[in-house]
Structures are given as C-alpha cells and as structure tokens.
Ligand binder design. Structure first.
Ligand SMILES: C[S@@+](CC[C@H](N)C(=O)[O-])C[C@H]1O[C@@H](n2cnc3c(N)ncnc32)[C@H](O)[C@@H]1O
Length: 283
C-alpha cells in the first residue's frame, strides 16, 4: 500500500486528467457514481438512475429532518443536494479537489441551498477541523477505494459521529486474488493502479464489514447491489471500447483509464461486487 501523501497525489492526478474531467462533466453532468436501475429502465437514462441510487442512500441513513451529515468525498455535491432537498438533511461535503468544491458551491448557490449544504476542502483521513460527535450521520459514495489507510478513515468517521450515528457506504469489494484467472487479476490490478484505488486491493468481499466492526461500528446490513448498476457499466463498456483499443494500440493506456475501467470491469464481473454497507456507531 502506498503512503498517504503519495496516494492523495495519485487521486488528484486521476481526477485532473482530461478524460476524467470531460467524462464526468459531459457524460454524468458532474456526478461521479453509478445509477440504480430497475428492470424496465433504459441504460442511457443516467440522471434518473443516479438520483435513484442517492435515494437509496437517504432511505438507509434514515435520519430526521435537520440532522447533520458528513458527505466524505462529495465531488460536485449532487448527492449532498439530493440529501438536503429530498431528506431535509443538513450536509457538510468534503473533498480534496478544489475544482469540485468550487462547482459544488456554485450549484448549491444556484439551487438556493447554501444554508443546507456547505463544502469544505478537507481530506477524510484527517477530520480534526470537526468536533467529536459533531454529526448524526456520514456517508461515502464511491470513494473509500481511494484511501491508503482504511482504518484511519473509519476511526475518523467514528470520532465525528455521535453515539448511535449512522454510517452508509456505497463501495466496492473484490474477489480474493487466488480465485481470479491471470487475465482478471491483471485487469483488476491495472484498474486499481491507474484509477488510484489502493484500498480496493485489500478489500476482499467481507473485509469492510470486519473493518467496521473493529472500528466500533455495528454493521446493520450489507447489500450486494451489483445487478442494479450493471446497465450503466455496460454503457461505459460500449462507449469505452474504441478509445481503449486505440490507447492500447498506441501504448498509452494511462490516457484512457475510464475507458479501460469500463471495458475491463464489465468483462471481469467475477472480480468485484458493488455493495451498500449500513452501520451504526456503538454507544
Ligand atoms: C468517484 S468520486 C465520487 C464523488 C461523489 N461522491 C459523487 O458521488 O458524485 C470520488 C470523490 O472522492 C474524493 N476523494 C478521494 N480521496 C479523498 C480524500 N482523501 N478526502 C476527501 N475526498 C476524497 C475525490 O476527489 C472524488 O471527488
């Protein structure tokens, strides 16, 4: 596992790349998470699916109106705004990308949500700017794989949550290396390396549950919802096929990381799951 500064720099580099900036902005309109699809949904209807995934979060948090919530790795704040508008929550979003935070603030201002959403530059490994027990809830939406120090992040979430506070995480787990074919292993390693996701290497299925219990959380539920997000991944795989093939031909795979991830994650579905973890801070 790389050290923390090195891994933070890798995350910054990954999101600052042209492919990441353009892809997230124009394809996903600034949101950076998978959607929740019902059987009848068309895969290209991305925004409704992403909003449905966010509603899964709000329901699982299950907090009263006005509850204070930490959005760790908030991106451009779409999730935070859904939590504020549809669930009445008071959200503090943190991220390490200043251009995400600027856009998050701009969008919240435009939506008249500056009182209920605020965005702060902060690394979730170090939440010292927040008080002990400051929040009623916390969540991560597809960011925990970026950490180089999962135990430290969970300890910080635990400290800033009140006893009984809720933690909901939308995160990936992996199939143990020994059970993968060499091709799946190579693809998985490339996705983790180029996508700046060191924690995913060590998060085998079941491991995050153990880490949460060790950090004094009670795990309430773990739902494998991979089937719900696969239609969106299928679309990424189709869109990524040509750019990835070209990049490989030119020996420049590092220029097409998202295209590669879409194609390889689709191809090697046996290598990973997408899960929703719901936990409560023990009193
Ligand atoms: C896949 S994006 C998800 C963004 C947002 N949750 C969403 O769903 O649109 C992951 C986000 O986590 C942020 N991130 C990664 N490491 C972080 C860290 N150590 N502290 C805070 N944010 C971090 C990234 O900058 C990025 O915005």
């Amino acid at each position: 596992m790389p050290d923390r500064d090195e891994s933070i720099n890798a995350v910054l580099r990954y999101y600052d790349r042209t492919e990441s900036r353009l892809g997230y902005l124009y394809l996903l309109r600034g949101t950076k998470h998978f959607g929740w699809y019902e059987a009848e949904d068309a895969r290209w209807r991305l925004s409704p699916a992403m909003r449905r995934m966010e509603h899964q979060l709000g329901r699982r948090l299950g907090l009263e109106t006005g509850s204070r919530v930490l959005d760790a790795g908030c991106g451009m704040g779409e999730v935070a705004r859904t939590m504020a508008v549809h669930f009445g929550l008071d959200v503090t979003g943190i991220d390490i990308l200043d251009f995400n935070l600027d856009e998050a603030r701009r969008r919240s201002e435009k939506a008249g949500l500056t009182e209920r959403t605020r965005f702060v530059e902060c690394d979730y490994h170090d939440l010292t700017r927040f008080e002990d027990e400051e929040f009623d809830g916390a969540y991560t939406m597809e960011t925990f794989v970026h950490t180089a120090d999962p135990e430290r992040v969970l300890a910080e979430f635990h400290r800033v949550l009140r006893p009984g506070g809720r933690l909901v995480m939308f995160e990936y787990s992996r199939t143990p290396e020994a059970r993968l074919t060499p091709a799946a292993r190579a693809a998985f390693d490339a996705v983790c390396e180029l996508g700046a996701m060191p924690a995913w290497h060590r998060l085998n299925h079941g491991d995050l549950e153990d880490l949460l219990e060790s950090a004094s959380f009670k795990v309430e539920s773990v739902d494998d919802v991979t089937a719900r997000m696969l239609p969106m991944l299928r679309m990424f795989a189709l869109l990524g096929r040509v750019p990835y093939a070209l990049a490989r031909l030119l020996g420049k795979t590092e220029k097409a990381v998202n295209a590669m991830s879409g194609v390889e994650m689709w191809k090697h579905q046996e290598a990973w799951h997408y899960n929703i973890y719901t936990a409560t801070k023990k009193a």
